[in-house]
Design a protein around this ligand. Structure first.
Ligand SMILES: [Zn+2]
Length: 469
């Protein structure tokens, strides 16, 4: 699975800590618009696997290993990372691009884990609710004073102005209280993050370097700087405290493992090649650079820009260097599939599935290739692979879309309608999902598992953040 075709809308409403902070600091309407848009996510096995490995030890040190916390990559080139619901850590791909070492992004993930472990989201909501109550009281008092002022017959009277001041005064006070509260949480998350890193034998230097960079940037950057900076005030005292803490760790000077650094560089090269303009890719990875990450970026950008034969030759060169790297076979299969050669894509995709321990997103790509061959002899195999993949990866519409095509080919229109309904539901298209599920219900015998699933979709409430029509 690549970054590009897997682009899909997340279905979740982000009531993020950052949003909470934005609510406290920015006008309400802006924060609300940000919530309703719902950021699109990137799906890629290689990148997700790496981020999972980065996060796992930290979550264990935080006592959160049993919470099944997911890492979600957001399709945004700016630097940001945040927690939204105690269940997921969101990371912009820009944060990966701006982190030159694993340790830098791990530091940011450790800080976010500090927010999770501290239950900051729930506490922030409490604070906001309290602030809102105070705000309402202040407004009522202010309104009362204004009415009293206008009763005096002169709207420019001192009393009316006193009313306006009564509104502005407490709001400003509440705003300051919230900001100082946010700062407290940030310091707590820093401390917790350093603790988790030290407990797992890792340096907090990367976290410090990243935050220090933001402090320096905040001196110069105008508005519209990275969202992370906006939600993470980095006063010099905070960064100084972090530095002292980080330096006291016995692991301060510990360097990243070279093998891990290489995987980090490979994922950054892949993200660059898929997400950035081609001239940017070649600026980051000039032709003269023949490192593995650079060659990876060249191979991807070559296939994306249409030269399949040259791309395949480059990918084969990569496979020669790392014959057990599942993602090179995945790339080969994807290039062939998108180049209109699905039958040839099957062999490399089978290899990618095997080498990746049956990664479900890669299985979906294999299923797609099997379906695209138009060969009825492999339809049952495609269905078996896709069914298994959607169980482990229930939020990717691609699996259900391919299942629907495979069932259609077999003439099983009940299952085809149901799978199409599931794909539409995951895309957030509830209207289509309900229509297809209703039709599927008429094709299944009442009470059968397919009928029950279709009925669930017909009756389903839209996921948070989706429109209800
Ligand atoms: Zn934070």
């Amino acid at each position: 699975m690549s970054l590009r075709p897997a682009l899909c809308q997340t279905t979740s409403k982000l009531t993020a800590l950052t949003t909470a902070v934005a609510l406290a600091i920015a006008p309400l309407s802006a924060a609300r618009a940000q919530q309703e848009r719902g950021p699109p996510t990137l799906r890629d096995t290689e990148a997700e696997q790496l981020l999972r490995e980065y996060t796992r030890p930290v979550l264990r040190a935080a006592g959160l290993e049993k919470q099944n916390i997911q890492i979600v990559i957001i399709n945004d080139g700016s630097f940001n990372a945040f927690v939204a619901d105690g269940r997921r850590i969101f990371v912009n791909y820009g944060a990966m691009m701006q982190s030159e070492t694993p340790n830098q992004i791990i530091g940011v993930l450790a800080h976010e884990t500090g927010h999770l472990a501290g239950g900051h989201l729930a506490k922030m909501r409490e604070q906001l609710a309290q602030a809102q109550t105070q705000m309402i009281i202040a407004m009522l008092l202010g309104a009362g004073a204004m009415i009293a002022g206008s009763r005096g017959g002169n709207s420019n009277s001192g009393l009316a102005n006193a009313g306006a001041a009564a509104v502005a005064g407490p709001q400003e006070m509440i705003r300051r209280t919230l900001i100082s509260y946010v700062r407290q949480q940030e310091e707590n998350a820093d401390r917790a993050g350093v603790k988790f890193l030290t407990a797992t034998g890792q340096s907090a230097k990367g976290m410090y370097d990243t935050f220090k960079r933001f402090t320096n940037e905040s001196l110069f950057a105008a508005r519209g700087a990275d969202p992370y900076l906006q939600s993470h005030p980095m006063p010099a005292e905070r960064v100084a405290a972090l530095e002292e803490l980080a330096r006291s760790s016995p692991y301060w000077d510990k360097k990243d493992d070279p093998a891990l650094q290489l995987r980090h560089d490979m994922v950054r090269a892949k993200i660059s090649a898929f997400m950035e303009r081609q001239d940017t890719v070649y600026r980051r990875y000039p032709m003269s650079n023949d490192s593995l990450p650079s060659r990876y970026a060249h191979a991807i950008t070559t296939y994306l820009h249409g030269d399949l034969r040259s791309a395949l030759a480059q990918i084969d060169g990569l496979i020669q260097l790392q014959p057990n790297n599942p993602y090179f076979y995945e790339l080969r299969g994807q290039a062939l599939l998108e180049g209109g050669k699905p039958a040839e894509a099957i062999v490399p995709l089978r290899k990618a599935v095997a080498l990746s321990n049956n990664a479900p997103l890669i299985e979906m790509l294999l299923g797609q290739a099997l379906v695209a061959t138009d060969n009825k002899a492999v339809t049952d195999e495609a269905i078996a692979i896709l069914r298994s993949a959607v169980v482990r990866e229930p939020e990717a519409p691609l699996g259900y879309m391919q299942l629907a095509m495979a069932y259609g080919r077999k003439g099983d229109y009940a299952q085809a309608d149901l799978a199409s309904a599931q794909a539409a539901f995951l895309r957030g298209d509830n209207k289509t999902a309900r229509e297809l599920a209703s039709r599927a219900k008429t094709r299944f015998a009442i009470g059968t598992p397919g009928w029950v699933k279709a009925d669930d979709i017909v009756a389903a409430k839209p996921l948070p953040g989706q429109s209800s029509n």
